[in-house]
Design a protein around this ligand. Structure first.
Ligand SMILES: C[S@@+](CC[C@H](N)C(=O)[O-])C[C@H]1O[C@@H](n2cnc3c(N)ncnc32)[C@H](O)[C@@H]1O
Length: 337
């Protein structure tokens, strides 16, 4: 599997007519390091089943124990099942639809978000709070848009800056993967002093890059932009920083708006970012640090940059989705002088 994964990015690029690329050796994260995960809980024959939704199907793959999860998430599985049991058995519910459970294992403990339709939140909060109190290493528990309890605010440290991500926020899937990707992104940025971080999330790359450069972080999710903004206002050790909310699919930063920036970090969701990358290709930006979790859309977007005059200097595969076919890629693009 590691050999197939290491080659995946190269194959996708060749398919788009980009050969002769320096593909670096794959970095594989340790087992039991997955810190961001989404479960589904369902009532099956009167019993709560907690598991992963199979790809492109309604089937639920039950999880009793799991080699990929961080130790704290693995230890919380029985407690999560208990919370799901409460929601799935709740008297007032007309329809016993699935409960989604998203867990982020942050630096200060587990940030758990329960998503359930048709719940009488007023009635469920007391028993939910009682059961949640028994969860090991709980930082925060939310039910839909309601904060249930927060024994410790969840915190992530990105470079010199502490961020409290919103419930269900995007984080890189493992700490080791984040460390590897951060090193590659900083390398690809070179000595750029004015940077735009596009699809910035909660600042995984923005804050480390902002230690040595002025940075504008652009993200579509309002809650994550608020988290970025709040963290930046309380931060020390970063240069001028601005967080902006913008839908980069509908309204990408134009080539003109990109004029002030020497370098761009580009880390779109799986669909890639054709509209945005086309503007980067048409701009005067000289460096792109790209990160992608989808080799096919990465290769399509890389083709647009190469056609716009960029050179693809290297691609580095990072395997933070062990025992699956998924692979993360980081890459450096520069405009030749
Ligand atoms: C792969 S994540 C990367 C986040 C961040 N770079 C990190 O490493 O933590 C992609 C990010 O793009 C954001 N996003 C998705 N669609 C977007 C859109 N149309 N406009 C702006 N941001 C979007 C998501 O909310 C998510 O934070």
């Amino acid at each position: 599997m590691a050999g197939w994964k290491a080659e995946h990015g190269g194959r996708a690029l060749r398919h788009r007519g980009i050969g002769e690329v320096d593909i670096r050796p794959i970095v594989t994260v340790p087992a039991a390091s997955r810190r961001r995960v989404s479960f589904t809980a369902r009532m099956i024959a009167g019993q709560v089943t907690l598991g992963f939704q199979a790809a492109r199907s309604h089937r639920l793959v039950a999880v009793e124990r799991c080699e990929i999860l961080s130790a704290d998430i693995a230890a919380a599985l029985p407690g999560l099942r208990q919370l799901a049991d409460l929601l799935l058995s709740e008297g007032g519910r007309k329809k016993k639809s699935d409960v989604r459970i998203s867990v982020n294992d942050t630096d200060t403990g587990l940030d758990i978000l329960l998503l359930a339709d048709g719940i009488d939140e007023f009635a469920i909060l007391p028993p939910l709070t009682e059961r949640a109190a028994a969860l090991p290493k709980l930082a925060r528990l939310s039910l839909n848009d309601t904060l249930v309890m927060c024994p410790h605010p969840p915190v992530m440290r990105f470079g010199a800056v502490s961020v409290t991500p919103p419930p269900g926020a995007f984080l890189q899937a493992s700490g080791a993967g984040e460390t590897a990707l951060r090193g590659l992104v900083l390398e690809a940025l070179g000595s750029a002093r004015r940077i735009a971080d596009l699809f910035a999330g909660c600042g995984t790359f923005s804050f480390p890059a902002a230690a040595g450069a002025q940075l504008v972080a652009v993200e579509g999710d309002a809650a994550m932009v608020s988290a970025l903004d709040h963290a930046a206002r309380h931060a020390r050790g970063i240069r001028k920083f601005k967080a902006v909310r913008r839908d980069l699919f509908r309204s990408p930063l134009s080539a003109d708006e990109l004029k002030p920036f020497e370098a761009v970090i580009f880390d779109p969701p799986r669909a890639g970012g054709v509209a945005q990358v086309s503007q980067i290709a048409a701009s005067a930006v000289r460096r792109v640090a790209a990160v992608s979790c989808a080799p096919a859309t990465f290769a399509r977007d890389a083709r647009i940059l190469v056609d716009g005059g960029f050179r693809l200097n290297w691609v580095a595969p990072v395997d933070q989705f062990r025992w699956s076919s998924h692979i993360e890629l980081a890459a450096e693009f520069t405009r030749p002088d």
